[in-house]
Design a protein around this ligand. Structure first.
Ligand SMILES: Nc1ncnc2c1ncn2[C@@H]1O[C@H](COP(=O)(O)OP(=O)(O)OP(=O)(O)O)[C@@H](O)[C@H]1O
Length: 473
C-alpha cells in the first residue's frame, strides 16, 4: 500500500502543479487496500480537504490504482484517525449553478463577503467549506480535474492553470471567449476553486454579468456606493461571466471600470468571459475594451471529435456508467456543436436505457436520440458549419457572428450562410440570428451571391465541394 501510494504521488506530481500537490495530495495518507472489495482507503486531515480530494482527484487516483493493482479499484476517502471526530456523513459542498443568481437573493455588497474573511482554524471544517462556496458562488463541481482537454481548449486551459498558480501576476485580465456551451464558465470556476483550495481565505467571487448589472442597479437605488466599492475592490479574484451583457449599460460599465482598475492595480486577478473577443463587443465603452485587451485574450473553440468522445466517456464515468466506445463515437459524430448539447444527449441515452432496462448500445442510442438526430437533418448544425468554414479559411469562429466586414472575413461568412441554407433545415431568419442577429435579407443576399459565384469561379466551387464533403462526413 505504501509503495503504491508513493508511486501514485509521483505520477500525480507529473500532472498537477506543485502547489496543488503540497496543498491537497501530501496531506492525504494511505489507510489500506481491501483486496476483496477492490477498495482503496485514503485518509484526509479534515473535511474540507476530504471533500476537495474526493471531487477533484478520486477519478485519477482510481485509474492509477487500477493500473497498479491490475483490477478495477474504487477509492474511499475517510477522515484521518488522528484528527477524526464524530461527524455527520459528508455531503458535497453546495452546488452553485452558473446561471445568474436571482437578484432578490444576491445583493453582493450587502453580504458577508464585504467583510474580510476570518482566518481558517487549523482543522478546517465542512461548514467552512460551505461558507466558502456560499460567499464565492463557486460551483465546486467545476474543476480542472474534470475539464477534458483537446485542441479546442488547450491554450485556454494552460493559461487558466497559469493564472490559478500566479493570480494577479501572469495575465490580467484573462479574457476567454467562444460560443455557447464550450466550457468558459467551467474553466473560470476551475480557477476559482483552485485558488480557494490553495487558500481558504482568498476572496473569490464568481458572478454572471447580468447579476453584476443587478447589483449595480441596487447600488444606485440605495446609494450604497461605498459598500459596493468595499466589496468589489477588495476581491482577490473576480470571475465575471458573459460580459457582453454589459452592452449599453453605462452605469454598470462605469462602476465596473473602477473595480477593474482597483483590482488590477493591487495585482489581484480579473477573469472575464464573453461570446466574442473584446474589439468585437458592441455597446461597451472603448476604455473598457482596451482594458480587456491589455491582458491575455484566448478563444475556446467547439470540441473536435476525439475530445467529444473523451468528454462523453468521462461524463458517463462520473454517472457511474461505463459507456461503450462505439456509442460515444456515435453520439460524438452526430452532435458536433458544443459540450452542453453532448451532455444533454448523454443524459437522454442513459435515462432511456435505464427506463427500458436495456444496456447501452448504438441501437438504443439511435432510439433515444431519434428526435435530436432527425431535427439536425444529417446531424449538421449551423455552429458546426461556422466552425468548419472558419477553420478552412483560417479565421476566428467569432467573426462568423461579428460585425466586421473586411473581404477576407465577409466572404467566408457568406459561404457559411450559404452552406447553412443548403445543408440544414433552418430558415433565413433563423440563420440570420445564428450569425450575430443579422437580417434575413443579408442571408438571402449571401445565398444568391455564392450560388451564382460558384457557377463562374472554379476555385470557389472546388472549395465549396471540399467544405460540403467535410461537413457531410
Ligand atoms: N472541456 C470540458 N470538459 C468537461 N466538461 C465540459 C467541458 N467543456 C464544457 N463542459 C461542460 O459543458 C457544460 C457547458 O459548459 P459551460 O457552462 O462552461 O459553457 P459556456 O462556454 O460558459 O457557455 P455559455 O456561454 O452558454 O455560458 C457544463 O456542464 C460544463 O461542465
Amino acid at each position: 500500500m505504501e509503495q503504491f501510494w508513493q508511486a501514485c504521488v509521483q505520477r500525480l506530481e507529473q500532472e498537477i502543479p506543485p502547489q496543488q500537490i503540497s496543498a491537497w495530495i501530501r496531506p492525504l495518507t494511505p489507510l489500506g487496500f481491501n483486496e476483496d472489495e477492490g477498495m482503496l482507503r485514503i485518509g484526509a486531515p479534515n473535511r474540507f480537504k476530504l471533500d476537495w480530494a474526493r471531487s477533484n482527484f478520486s477519478n485519477r487516483i482510481e485509474s492509477i490504482a487500477a493500473e497498479w493493482y491490475q483490477r478495477p479499484v474504487s477509492v474511499r476517502f475517510e477522515l484521518d484517525g488522528s484528527v477524526a471526530r464524530p461527524a455527520p456523513s459528508v455531503a458535497p459542498p453546495p452546488v452553485r449553478r452558473s446561471e445568474p443568481v436571482q437578484a432578490s437573493t444576491a445583493m453582493a455588497p450587502a453580504e458577508p463577503p464585504a467583510m474580510p474573511a476570518p482566518p481558517a482554524p487549523p482543522n478546517t471544517t465542512h461548514t467552512d467549506a460551505n461558507i466558502v462556496y456560499e460567499r464565492s458562488r463557486l460551483n465546486a463541481d467545476l474543476t480542472f480535474d474534470n475539464f477534458v482537454t483537446g485542441k479546442a481548449n488547450q491554450l485556454a486551459r494552460a493559461a487558466a492553470l497559469q493564472v490559478a498558480e500566479n493570480p494577479g501576476t501572469s495575465y490580467n485580465p484573462l479574457f476567454l471567449y467562444g460560443g455557447v456551451g464550450l466550457g468558459k464558465t467551467h474553466l473560470i470556476h476551475a480557477i476559482g476553486n483552485s485558488l480557494v483550495a490553495e487558500n481558504i481565505n482568498s476572496r473569490v467571487r464568481y458572478i454572471h454579468a447580468e447579476q453584476f448589472v443587478s447589483d449595480v442597479v441596487k447600488t444606485y437605488h440605495r446609494k450604497s456606493f461605498d459598500e459596493f466599492k468595499r466589496y468589489y475592490h477588495s476581491l482577490d479574484l473576480l470571475l465575471i461571466d458573459d460580459i457582453q451583457f454589459f452592452s449599453g449599460k453605462d452605469g454598470t460599465q462605469e462602476l465596473f471600470f473602477y473595480a477593474f482598475e482597483a483590482i488590477v492595480q493591487q495585482r489581484r486577478q480579473i477573469i472575464i468571459t464573453s461570446d466574442t473577443y473584446p474589439k468585437e463587443l458592441t455597446g461597451i465603452d472603448e476604455r473598457l475594451i482596451s482594458r480587456f485587451d491589455s491582458g491575455l485574450t484566448l478563444a475556446i473553440e467547439p470540441p473536435e471529435l476525439e475530445m467529444r468522445v473523451a468528454i462523453l466517456i468521462r461524463k458517463a464515468e462520473t454517472e457511474g456508467v461505463p459507456l461503450p466506445e462505439e456509442v460515444a463515437f456515435f453520439i460524438a459524430k452526430h452532435l458536433r456543436s458544443n459540450v452542453r448539447e453532448l451532455e444533454g444527449a448523454l443524459r437522454k441515452v442513459l435515462a432511456y436505457a435505464r427506463f427500458h432496462g436495456r444496456s447501452i448500445t448504438v441501437d438504443v442510442c439511435k432510439e433515444a436520440l431519434k428526435d435530436l438526430l432527425s431535427v439536425s437533418n444529417g446531424q449538421l448544425t449551423v455552429e458546426n458549419i461556422q466552425k468548419t468554414v472558419a477553420d478552412f479559411y483560417k479565421m476566428k469562429v467569432a467573426d462568423m457572428y461579428s460585425k466586421r466586414r473586411p473581404a477576407n472575413i465577409a466572404l467566408p461568412r457568406q459561404i457559411a450562410m450559404y452552406l447553412a441554407k443548403e445543408l440544414t433545415q433552418k430558415s433565413l431568419p433563423e440563420i440570420g440570428d445564428l450569425f450575430g442577429g443579422r437580417d434575413h435579407t443579408t442571408v438571402l443576399h449571401a445565398v444568391r451571391k455564392i450560388s451564382e459565384a460558384r457557377l463562374k469561379q472554379a476555385e470557389l466551387n472546388h472549395n465549396l465541394h471540399v467544405l460540403e464533403q467535410t461537413l457531410k462526413g
